[in-house]
Design a binder for this molecule. Structure first.
Ligand SMILES: O=c1ccn([C@@H]2O[C@H](COP(=O)(O)O)[C@@H](O)[C@H]2O)c(=O)[nH]1
Length: 303
């Protein structure tokens, strides 16, 4: 990787602190940038790289100076091959330049040596795809993520590790119990809490976050119960870092679900909405208005 990162990529303040400052300034919402084929059609665009570029340009112009965090979904760019990835690189750079934090939803997780290469791709400030944070999957083993966790600390970036995801199929694996009786997702959260405690010295909010589905409030075996059957308790969510909450809007969760979902961990919430904002495009004013509505409703609940 390059030895002298471009000035725009150099970061000195840890991600957790930058996230706190950004949400204090711009509100608690993360907007997902998911250029679904269906959305491209609804926006009157084609289904090619030029359409992808138009879509992302519009979302950037509309929202980059408004939202605290954007979360491009890598899959919707990768499906167009290298030219799609080039659009992703530009989109990441444009959002960052306008002051939005970029969390790339790419869900990487691999054996340690390969993980090192993924870490360099997204968390090395010299990389063309350097982001403020990425999503990671711990299901090849939490410790396999160590190269990314170490590089995140060194580069002032963050990670969000899948714990209990929003999809209906997630429970069978993520609620499974380990030999010591602890649920798999609860174990991921406990490890994140340990890593935040070890690395966030002097900072009230760590840079290692978790992904927890907003869809899981009040769901049997979901989140907020007593921990039976591998479900998560509110105490499990106390990781000393942010909780990324996908599942609002199109997947059915609502802002008013969040207090029951998170309990005392509510202030750590980073709720994320993709389709339910993007369906208001391509009109920039309508995209901004939808973002304002979501942001206001979430701020009223999270405080
Ligand atoms: O548990 C998870 C983890 C990630 N996602 C991602 O978030 C968005 C959700 O999009 P919506 O349109 O707001 O439903 C999408 O990119 C998913 O891959 C998730 O939904 N659940």
């Amino acid at each position: 990787m390059s030895e002298t990162p471009p000035a725009a990529h150099r970061v000195t303040t840890p991600f957790g602190e930058r996230l706190r400052a950004a949400t204090a300034r711009r509100g608690p919402l993360c907007v997902g940038v998911d250029p679904h084929a269906g959305l491209l059609r609804e926006w009157g665009l084609g289904e090619d790289v030029a359409a992808l570029e138009r879509f992302c340009g519009t979302v950037t112009e509309a929202l980059a100076d408004q939202v605290a965090v954007v979360k491009p979904q890598s899959a919707f760019f990768e499906r167009f091959g290298s030219r799609g990835v080039a659009v992703l690189e530009r989109t990441v750079a444009d959002f960052r330049e306008a002051g939005a934090l970029v969390l790339l939803d790419v869900k990487r997780g691999d054996i340690g040596s390969t993980m090192g290469a993924y870490a360099e791709a997204y968390l090395d400030p010299g990389s063309p795809l350097f982001c403020d944070a990425v999503t990671l999957s711990p299901y090849l083993g939490y410790e396999a993520l160590r190269p990314a966790l170490d590089l995140a600390v060194a580069s002032g970036s963050g990670v969000f590790v899948l714990a209990r995801t929003s999809n209906p199929e997630s429970g069978a694996l993520q609620r499974a119990r380990r030999a010591d009786g602890r649920g798999v997702a609860a174990d991921v959260l406990a490890r994140l809490a340990g890593d935040n405690a070890a690395t966030a010295a002097g900072s009230p909010f760590g840079s290692f976050g978790a992904v927890v589905g907003a869809t899981l409030a009040g769901v049997p075996g979901g989140v907020g119960g007593d921990g039976a059957d591998g479900a998560l308790t509110h105490a499990d969510l106390d990781i000393g870092g942010p909780l990324l909450l996908p599942g609002l809007g199109a997947q059915g969760a609502r802002p008013e679900d969040l207090p029951a979902l998170l309990g005392p961990a509510l202030p750590a919430a980073l709720p994320s909405v993709s389709r339910d904002v993007l369906r208001h495009g391509p009109d920039r004013g309508a995209l901004r208005a939808a973002t304002d509505r979501w942001s206001g409703e979430l701020a009223a609940v999270i405080g």
